[in-house]
Structures are given as C-alpha cells and as structure tokens.
Design a protein around this ligand. Structure first.
Ligand SMILES: NC(=O)c1ccc[n+]([C@@H]2O[C@H](COP(=O)([O-])OP(=O)(O)OC[C@H]3O[C@@H](n4cnc5c(N)ncnc54)[C@H](OP(=O)(O)O)[C@@H]3O)[C@@H](O)[C@H]2O)c1
Length: 338
C-alpha cells in the first residue's frame, strides 16, 4: 500500500510517500479499514518533529514527555506512519468481530498508535471506532473524532451544568471549537471564547456568545466571573484565573504541568473554586454519541482545507500556520483510485 512515511524527525518535507506492506490482520478481533480520509492535528505535527520537543516546550508534565520519547523515539522515529483520525470503509474483519461487517462506513481515532496516513489501517473492534454519520462526507468525518472526543471528556470532567457561563481560552484550534459546540448545544451553557484576531469570526460562528481577542485585551482585566474556565494550552497560572471564578467555580486545564497538578490536589476537597487537570480517556461510547449528534445536526463538522496524500507536507505546513478554521484533511482515496 502507499503511505506517507516518516523516516526522520524534522520539518514537513521529511514526510514522503513510500510503498509499504499493508498492516496484517493477525487477530480475530481485527478490523481492516480502507482509509478514505485522515487529518493533521496537534499530535501529528508534534510527533513529526519530536526530537526537537524539549520537556520545557512540551505542554504536559515531564513524565508524559518521557513516555512520549519512549513511544515516538528519541532521535529517530519509532512510529513511521502518522495520522490518528480516519474515515473509511471496512475491508475485512476477523472471525470474532460482530460490531462491523465488510463494506461498513466507519470513522475513528487511533491516538498515539497512529497509522492513518496510509491506504489501509488495522484496528481492534474495541478501539475508538464507530459508524460514520451518513450525512457527513469522508473528509468531514475524518476531522471530527480528536477534537470532539477531547472536548466531551473535558466538559464532563468540568461538570458543566445547564445555564453556566464557560470561558474557553484557546477556542479556535483543534479542541476549542468542539468545546464551544458541545458546551452550548449539548450541555446548555453560555460560552465566551478566547483566541487570536484571525479566528474570532470562526469561534463566534461555532456558537460562542462572546469572543475575546487575547492579542488585544487582557481577559483577566474584564472583571467578569465564570462558573468554568477551560484553558486549552495551559499558558496561564492558577493565580491569573482564580479571581475570575465563581465561589464554586472550576478551573480546568487541558494542558498542564506539575504545578497545576499540585493545585488540583490542594483544591480537591475544597468548598471553594477547584482546579482540575483533565486527562481525557477516550471512550468508544463517546464516539457513538458524537456520531449521533453529528447525524442529527447538533454538532457540525468544519473542514478548512483538503489535501491529497502526496501533498501531506503541504498539509502539515498549512496546519502549522495555525490559521485554519476547522480541520486540515488529507484525502487518501483519490490516490488509491488512480
Ligand atoms: N488533556 C488531554 O487529555 C489532552 C489530549 C489531547 C491534547 N491535549 C493538549 O491539548 C493541546 C492542543 O490543543 P489543540 O489541538 O486545541 O491546540 P491548537 O490547535 O494548537 O489550538 C491552540 C489554541 O490556543 C490559542 N492560543 C494560543 N496562544 C494563546 C494565548 N497566549 N492565550 C490564549 N489562547 C492562545 C490559539 O488561538 P489562535 O490560534 O486563534 O491564536 C488556539 O485557539 C496540547 O497542549 C495537548 O498537549 C491534552
């Protein structure tokens, strides 16, 4: 099969097409998927250049960085085919698989195992895979799982209630717009979104009642209080956000370091504002709920731009500019058809 292959860490140009063996179906619970579309998300660009990521630059605790190095490689890549989101057709199933049949349209998330920048991907039937919503194109479906799963996990850990006011700091990237959509449409909250100038209209369009440009205004200086503050990149300390929280408010970090974990422990049993470091454990049932919400239109997919597999380096370059409003998609099927 043809795959975008990572032979060395570095800039987008290190990604090149290569003919490799298709993943073998060695297990009775294996599901072989013919990939039609995949995406470029935060994890793909991070892993592509992982040798350059220092513990300080990494947005999570040192131990996570070290586990990342063991998984993805210290000086040379251990994972050669990137791509954690996919949409495609089930090509074959193992003897014990009952959830899927050959020909089913599916979409899913394979996390750090990756492998979706290729014509075929093999996953287990208990992996994060669900039937693709009929309403969505392959490209639209491939851009949903990562952001929507993370957002749902974060909102659940935050315990967001109907009528609450949520501040989302980092509302325009891979996870933020899904937090805005789910918080407003599924959890019944009102959202204020924080992002840079270029993507303010996008964040408003996905459902934020109000948007704040962090390059022009200090959110903390507004003097408004929120039930929940979600800090996606964890760039600000607890001391900055705490005065903005309601008495029973929650400050939720999607990216965090040891100092924020210490705050979480300090506030765990407090009757006042709490700090939560939200480590999301993706669930198959969550992707099924997300598929339903996408099908009935509660959630909307957003594709910024689609590239072909041979344009994978351009796709990474585009994503790294950080100006995309929605998912950056890689279409695999047209290549397979040629
Ligand atoms: N906890 C978990 O289980 C988990 C799981 C997956 C990922 N993560 C973490 O999530 C992060 C990636 O999230 P993502 O994919 O949404 O990232 P992303 O696509 O890079 O988006 C980053 C967002 O932060 C905003 N931003 C940048 N600088 C800012 C500043 N100084 N103040 C306020 N906002 C700022 C950006 O706004 P503009 O671009 O508009 O300027 C954008 O909205 C990573 O740190 C990763 O480690 C955590």
């Amino acid at each position: 099969m043809t795959a975008a292959y990572l032979d060395q860490f570095g800039p987008p140009e290190v990604l090149g097409l290569r003919e490799v063996a298709a993943p073998p179906m060695g297990h009775a619970h294996d599901v072989l998927v013919r990939v039609h579309a995949t995406s470029v998300n935060f994890g793909d660009t991070l892993v592509r250049n992982f040798a350059a990521v220092t513990p300080r630059a990494f947005h999570m605790p040192w131990l996570f960085w070290f586990i990342g190095k063991l998984t993805f490689g210290f000086t040379r890549p251990r994972v050669h085919i990137l791509g954690s989101e996919f949409a495609g057709t089930v090509e074959a199933v193992g003897t014990e698989v009952t959830r899927f049949r050959s020909g089913d349209a599916v979409f899913g998330y394979c996390g750090p195992r990756m492998g979706a920048y290729a014509e075929y991907l093999c996953v287990r039937d208990d992996a994060i895979v669900a039937r693709k919503p009929d309403r969505l194109t392959w490209e639209e479906a491939a851009g949903c799982p990562y952001g929507a799963l993370m957002a749902l996990g974060v909102l659940r850990k935050a315990g967001v209630q109907r009528g609450e006011h949520v501040l989302v700091v980092g509302a325009s990237g891979g996870i933020g717009p899904w937090i805005v959509q789910l918080a407003t449409r599924q959890f019944g909250a009102t959202v204020t979104g924080v992002c840079g100038t270029a993507r303010l209209p996008f964040v408003r369009a996905v459902g934020a009642a109000e948007v704040i440009d962090y390059t022009k205004e200090d959110v903390a200086a507004r003097g408004e209080a929120y039930d929940v503050i979600i800090d996606v990149l964890g760039k600000s300390d607890v001391a900055r956000w705490r005065p903005l929280l309601m008495p029973r408010g929650r400050l939720v970090y999607v990216s965090f370091k040891l100092r924020q974990i210490v705050w979480m422990l300090r506030t765990a049993f407090s009757h006042g504002p709490r700090v939560i470091c939200a480590l999301v454990n993706e669930r198959q049932t969550d992707l099924e709920s997300i598929a339903t919400w996408l099908e009935i239109g509660t959630l909307q997919p957003h594709v910024d731009r689609t590239f072909l597999l041979e344009g994978v380096a351009d796709a990474h370059r585009h994503a790294e500019r950080g100006t995309n409003t929605g998912a950056v998609i890689i279409s695999v099927a047209p290549f397979a058809a040629r």
